[in-house]
Design a protein around this ligand. Structure first.
Ligand SMILES: Cc1cc2nc3c(=O)[nH]c(=O)nc-3n(C[C@H](O)[C@H](O)[C@H](O)COP(=O)(O)OP(=O)(O)OC[C@H]3O[C@@H](n4cnc5c(N)ncnc54)[C@H](O)[C@@H]3O)c2cc1C
Length: 405
């Protein structure tokens, strides 16, 4: 498709400075050095970018929350105008983003607002369980675990002590597995520090489906389950949470899973404000896009990251909410915005799967890369390398030369 008909040199606004939005802004900032008239604005509620893939380490106390908050001023070249504001809605007809800092007009808008944890309307869940979707969330998990262990150490009744020292994680996807592994590895030392027997704390992982890491190969799932078992995590599969009460997670079969801390990692959905936007949405409220990542019937709006509902033509399935997908989509959106400015053809999005890596505890992990499944120390090193490489790439993009693009 040739973009010249849609060509525009008006303001470009990127909503969200996460994996997708930051990538679009950094790529475009460099490209627009030769287009000084085009205004590029990035909007986020925070003045920092969060390395969300490292949050389980913050929740487990092995990484400081500030270490996963990267100040945007350290990353954005002067070419990008940054506005720190809460985005509250969209004026699609007037082409304005509505924010706490006032409306921001756009000629092209990029929506990259990520996801919110989904409680699937399970009664009590939102009030009773913590989540891990921001550095502050992860800090709260760490603080709650720490407080629960202190309370357990002070409890005289062994039953009460056992219950308080148990962390229950709901959802056996990658986030739940990483969190459960991290906590299981760290809890014995934490318990000792608080005067509790190192063997007293327990971690339970509750998964509604028949296996953890749904969608992965049986080999990968088996390796992850073995490491979790080795760490003492009790994994309950086919365990569907019906309600969260003061006493614990009540399963559909009537069983009560008791604990001192409850964390929900059971799934995500699009932010609520998108549901009220009038934009076409699909599964989990994600926005439907065409092959160029433009909203259906709104070619002036692109979507990238978790918020985009993109079907992989090779599998027929919607791509999962993953950082690597968000980065690739951000790349395509930046290229297409540039193509519009240059009057060149737009590029259809194609996902190049680099594989799947999950850490399980502080030393081991599992990985499926290029058809090879591995579990153990190597997979954990791979995860470390991916996170290190991501941080390097962000730094590199700031001073990046578009001539090499
Ligand atoms: C604990 C955890 C671990 C994960 N680990 C992995 C992993 O190992 N590998 C992997 O590939 N993926 C992983 N993911 C998934 C990955 O983090 C997401 O797919 C990725 O963050 C999506 O990028 P995004 O740009 O769409 O959204 P985000 O990175 O979430 O960015 C969205 C941005 O929009 C901003 N925003 C949202 N709403 C508003 C508003 N109303 N006003 C202003 N600003 C707003 C937010 O502040 C944020 O900066 C993990 C997710 C979690 C929760």
């Amino acid at each position: 498709m040739n973009a010249s008909a849609a060509g525009s040199s008006g303001p470009i606004v990127v909503a969200g400075a996460g994996y997708a939005g930051l990538h679009v802004a950094l790529r475009l900032a460099a490209k627009l050095r030769s287009q000084p008239a085009v205004e590029l604005t990035l909007v986020d509620r925070h003045d920092y970018h969060q390395v969300i893939t490292e949050l389980p380490r913050v929740a487990g106390g092995t990484r400081a929350a500030d270490a996963v908050r990267i100040p945007l001023q350290d990353m954005l070249a002067g070419r990008v105008r940054f506005v720190q504001a809460e985005i509250t809605g969209f004026d699609l007809a007037g082409r304005r983003l509505l924010t706490g800092a006032g409306p921001i007009g756009w000629s092209r808008l990029v929506l990259a607002l990520g996801s919110r944890p989904s409680d699937f309307a399970i009664p009590g869940l939102a009030d009773r369980a913590l989540s891990v979707y921001s550095a502050s969330d992860a800090e709260r998990v760490w603080a709650a675990v720490s407080a629960a262990l202190m309370a357990a150490a002070a409890a005289a009744d062994p039953g009460r002590q056992r219950r308080l020292a148990t962390v229950v994680v709901g959802g056996g996807g990658a986030t739940g597995v990483e969190l459960a592994g991290e906590l299981a590895e760290i809890l014995p030392a934490m318990a000792s520090d608080r005067g509790l027997a190192p063997g007293r704390p327990a971690v339970q992982l509750v998964e509604a489906g028949p296996a953890i890491l749904a969608g992965s190969s049986a080999q990968l799932t088996g390796k992850a389950a073995r490491i979790l078992s080795d760490l003492g995590v009790q994994v309950r599969t086919n365990a569907v949470v019906a309600a969260a009460t003061e006493d614990g997670f009540r399963l559909t079969d009537g069983q009560l899973v008791e604990g001192g801390v409850f964390v929900w990692a059971g799934g995500v959905k699009a932010p609520e404000l998108v549901a009220d936007s009038g934009l076409p949405t699909g599964h989990n409220g994600r926005v439907k896009v065409d092959r160029y990542l433009r909203v259906l019937d709104h070619p002036e709006i692109y979507v990238a990251g978790d918020l985009a509902s993109v079907t992989d033509p090779r599998t027929g399935h919607v791509l999962p909410p993953l950082a690597q997908v968000a980065l690739e989509e951000g790349e395509t959106v930046a290229r297409n915005l540039d193509a519009e400015l240059e009057g060149k053809p737009l590029e259809a999005f194609t996902f190049h799967d680099k594989g799947f890596v999950v850490s399980v505890g502080t030393r081991r992990g599992v990985a499926d890369i290029a058809g090879i499944t591995t579990g153990g120390r190597l997979a954990h090193l791979l995860k470390d390398a991916i996170e290190w490489e991501y941080r390097q790439s962000v730094r590199h993009l700031r001073g990046w030369d578009p001539a090499a693009w």
